[in-house]
Design a protein around this ligand. Sequence first.
Ligand SMILES: NC(=O)C1=CN([C@@H]2O[C@H](COP(=O)(O)OP(=O)(O)OC[C@H]3O[C@@H](n4cnc5c(N)ncnc54)[C@H](O)[C@@H]3O)[C@@H](O)[C@H]2O)C=CC1
Ligand SMILES: O=C(O)CCC(=O)C(=O)O
Length: 460
Amino acid sequence: MKALDRTTQEQTQEALEYVNEVYETVKKRNPHESEFHQAVKEVFDSLVPALAKNPAYRKQAILERIVEPERIISFRVPWVDDHGKVQVNRGFRVQYNSAIGPYKGGLRFHPSVNASIIKFLGFEQIFKNSLTGQPIGGGKGGSDFDPKGKSDLEIMRFTQSFMSELSTHIGPDIDVPAGDIGVGAREIGYMFGQYKKMRGGYEAGVLTGKSIDSGGSLARKEATGYGTVYFVEEMLKDKGFSFKGSTVTVSGSGNVSIYAMEKAMELGATVVACSDSGGYIYDKNGIDLSTVKRLKEVENKRISEYVKEHPDAHYFEDCAGIWSQPCDIALPCATQNELDKMAAKILVANGVKAVGEGANMPSTHEAVEIFQSEGVLFAPGKAANAGGVSVSALEMAQNSARLSWSFEEVDAKLQEIMKNIYLESMKAAEEYDAPGNLVVGANIAGFIKVADTMIMQGVI
Ligand SMILES: NC(=O)C1=CN([C@@H]2O[C@H](COP(=O)(O)OP(=O)(O)OC[C@H]3O[C@@H](n4cnc5c(N)ncnc54)[C@H](O)[C@@H]3O)[C@@H](O)[C@H]2O)C=CC1
Ligand SMILES: O=C(O)CCC(=O)C(=O)O
């Protein structure tokens, strides 16, 4: 028994050294890419027990291979603005890993987009997509184009130019983009139109998040937000809690945030705060979601406008301040690193019971450590926000079969998928000596399937 313990210790030490060695190389090879480093470190740290248990991963250089994208495409996106001036943006698509299926992941249009952001998102997507149990590889893309304040025609000209280049790299069995920050149904529609024109054929499965009449899936719009709430409800249920009767804060007021609020309210929670990049609103009576939907989905206005129609509510010009509002459940659904150590401490001091990440990497490493050490239930984004890409995969399946399922059918499948992701993550956490730790569980469960498949496919 003693000898066995020593061996386990040695294997763990070797795994730690392996992780550190590859992580140092990642930093050296990809300087100044802090978000990418952060995402790699978070995954690598939790893989140590899996690497210790299976030395084949080191022998087959799985970490060295999995951090290196199979392909990075970077391209010029020229377009003409409403004043007749030529503008130039930069486009990206990172085709990260195709071990278990075609590259799959969203496109982000935001001025902060650069190689680091797209690589962090693409890297996360590998494990998230594996967790869904569906045959989809990992990819991500986008542009530093800022949609804010652009006219509809400018959006159309930009997206057409973007797709003119992207169309040569994607396809229903190769790489299937979707939306992310700044890319919704309108942008996907223009891109789908341009793809059709460039390829001279109707390949519905090339993009997901399409309008229903272009072959989109019912419930895709709702899927990420609903999925996050379904996942968190499973986590709460295990501890005898529920959304019912809880006070909830949800950052952002975009696609993920709006539908997370909707489902949380349906389950009996009171959502008291939400935000946008300018600030946050607090409404002690509970947010009126129909006002938020109109402001954001129809009128394209700032969240500050809400208080004009709801005089009891308050607006604060400080988006991070949302975490200072007491709540039982916090759902960060806006962007990366929006919830830091200080915010985590305040949430804990105010008695938060659970945090569920609807966004990708919204909590900093220090914030996650605080939640976990203080016994706050924590649902990491890779698992909790996988509902969006899951329904995207269902959209691909419907497109291949040339049929469409009802909202109820898709929603039922989404609920089942989120429950499975929760159970698989809990099981892996238990198996690798970190019971209840969903960060470790989700990372290991997502990793093993991809790593084992990479080994089976040889050194490619
Ligand atoms: N759309 C999808 O299906 C999925 C999205 N995600 C992630 O969810 C997050 C949100 O994405 P979407 O809702 O699709 O984007 P969106 O563009 O529809 O909405 C983003 C929202 O966040 C707000 N925002 C931006 N920076 C902020 C800040 N610092 N503080 C507060 N609010 C801020 C914006 O004003 C906007 O309301 C991103 O991290 C994205 O990667 C993850 C899985 C799937
Ligand atoms: O639906 C998809 O393909 C991707 C959604 C996405 O971008 C994400 O999961 O972060």
